[in-house]
Design a protein around this ligand. Structure first.
Ligand code: NDP
Length: 484
């Protein structure tokens, strides 16, 4: 077993850095509750060193050809793939997510992003706009020093989804992981250095919200990309706006999954399971409001209950385990509070609802039926393994109710009628949508939300617009005409 304790808390200017005067951050393995590492929050001196290193590295890196920048990212992707098991074990210990998941969804997804943007870097060109004798050309420029701030559910993936396009475009980054899962981003920094990234290009500083806030408000920072909750998003967006910084906000959701009575039942149940119980439900895009057309409601619930019996709840490091603990005691308690509210407000508990009888922060996969739109569990993001099943009669009703939320991250539809599938998805107000599937997130597809769920897009070519800016240059070939 690899020792999860890093040699120091931060990674700055190409090397591990410690400052023991920072507030201690214990790293707790969610499957047992034991402390597996202790890090320290960044002090002002550490934050300053990271930003200073990034500023120097960025100026040099922006002058490197996009092809060479891409080569570094591609090499980093190869190293990540070669070390997938080691990185996956670390991700499992950091988050508690089953190794069965982390082996295929975390370092691999991070490597996909590095590989994709490593390739896309070659296409970072401007355009030529002819204007008769004159012309305009555009230059796609880096933004400068960018800050990434991560949530705790996908620490490796979030770091890579931000770093890969940022670095491809010629920026440098200072990344702050969630204090709950501080370990994985350090490995990304190590790997980028090994792949040839110059010192200071990708730095990791640890800490709570205050460290994030210090980074966001520093005048050396040109852009902030946050993955987190809506309340944090509001604060960070407002702070960034003070200095007119660029932002990307990947925030929470309460996404609808609409299942029509002509849907393939097993596929729909599978989609609902993927959209509620993967990573113990700690996924921003989850389809936690499952609208099931009345005709198939009971058969859907019966099939779901059968399939839930197949969940293997246990030691996340055992590859047979398919359902692990919540990330922390605190998150478990938040989710338990929602389960109690669901019961108190009259929802019908169909499955789960309690703790699993073992050490660690385990909750059973939980399903409520007969949920109504006004119930707390249908309105608020729970971020745990709690599915709310609501029933509906007509397509128009399902669309109206699905859209009646402040969020707009994702939406899904299950139906055999493909015209209806496209028609309904076209009317659902969400950024990342699915027809007869749920929660796929290939790097080729833009990812992000509308309404309170966020601003900007990660992944795909669309991300380049959020990590670069265009300079336009008007070139006059003749004489300048002036009024006097
Ligand atoms: P939080 O919003 O609590 O925290 C997100 C990050 O922001 C953490 O690193 C946190 O630090 C930091 N932070 C907190 N306050 C500030 C501040 N004032 N200034 C700068 N940074 C700050 O989210 P969670 O970590 O609890 O993650 C869960 C949330 O993330 C859910 O709402 C989920 O939907 C969302 N999410 C969205 C995704 C998306 O792509 N749309 C993907 C994954 C999750 P610390 O926690 O260390 O104090």
């Amino acid at each position: 077993m690899y020792d999860p304790q890093p040699s120091a808390s931060h990674y700055i200017d190409g090397a591990y850095v410690e400052d023991n005067t920072g507030t201690p951050i214990p790293v707790i393995y969610p499957a047992t509750g034991e402390v597996i590492a202790t890090l320290h929050a960044a002090t002002p001196a550490v934050i300053d060193a990271a930003l200073a290193a990034a500023e120097i590295a960025q100026k040099q890196w922006a002058r490197v050809t996009p092809r060479e920048r891409g080569r570094v990212l591609t090499r980093a992707a190869q190293i990540m793939r070669a070390r997938n098991r080691e990185l996956s074990v670390l991700e499992t210990r950091d988050t508690g997510k089953p190794l069965q998941e982390t082996l295929v969804a975390d370092a691999t997804s991070g490597a996909d992003a590095l590989e994709y943007f490593g390739g896309v870097a070659n296409g970072l060109t401007g355009e030529h706009i002819p204007l008769g004798d004159d012309w305009v050309y555009t230059i796609r420029e880096a933004l400068g020093v960018c800050v990434g701030i991560g949530a705790w559910n996908y620490p490796t993936q979030i770091a890579c989804w931000k770093a890969a396009p940022a670095l491809a475009c010629g920026n440098a980054m200072v990344f702050k992981p969630s204090e709950t899962t501080p370990l994985c981003a350090l490995k990304i920094a190590e790997i980028l250095t090994e792949a040839g990234a110059p010192a200071g290009l990708f730095n990791v500083v640890q800490g709570m919200g205050a460290v994030g806030a210090a980074l966001v408000t520093d005048p050396r920072v040109a852009k902030v990309s946050l993955t987190g909750s809506v309340p944090t998003g509001r604060k960070v967006y407002a702070a960034a706006a003070e200095q007119m910084k660029h932002v990307t906000m990947e925030l929470g959701g309460k996404s609808p999954l609409v299942i029509f009575d002509d849907a393939d039942l097993d596929n729909a149940v599978g989609g609902a399971i993927n959209g509620n119980f993967y990573s113990s439900g700690q996924v921003c895009s989850n389809g936690t409001r499952v609208f099931v057309q009345k005709g198939i409601k009971e058969v859907f619930l019966a099939r779901l209950a059968e399939r839930l019996k197949n969940a293997v709840i246990g030691d996340p490091l055992d590859e047979a385990t398919s359902f692990g603990p919540m990330v922390s005691d605190r998150q478990m308690q938040i989710v338990q509070g929602y389960i109690e509210k669901g019961k108190a407000e009259g929802a019908r508990l169909v499955s789960g609802g309690g703790r699993v009888d073992r050490d660690g922060f385990y909750l059973e996969p939980t399903v409520f039926a007969d949920v109504t739109d006004d119930m707390t569990i249908a309105r608020e993001e729970i971020f745990g393994p709690v599915m709310a099943v609501l029933d509906f009669d007509t397509e128009a009703e399902a669309i109206a109710r699905a859209n009646a939320t402040e969020y707009g991250l994702s939406a899904g539809v299950f139906t055999r009628d493909l015209s209806r599938g496209h028609r309904v998805i076209g009317q659902l107000r969400a950024g990342s949508c699915f027809i007869n599937s749920y929660n796929d997130a290939p790097v080729e597809a833009p990812f992000g939300g509308v309404k309170a769920s966020g601003v900007g897009r990660e992944n795909s070519k669309a991300a380049l617009d959020h990590w670069s800016q265009l300079k336009s240059v008007y070139v006059r070939m003749g004489d300048v005409e002036a009024a006097f």
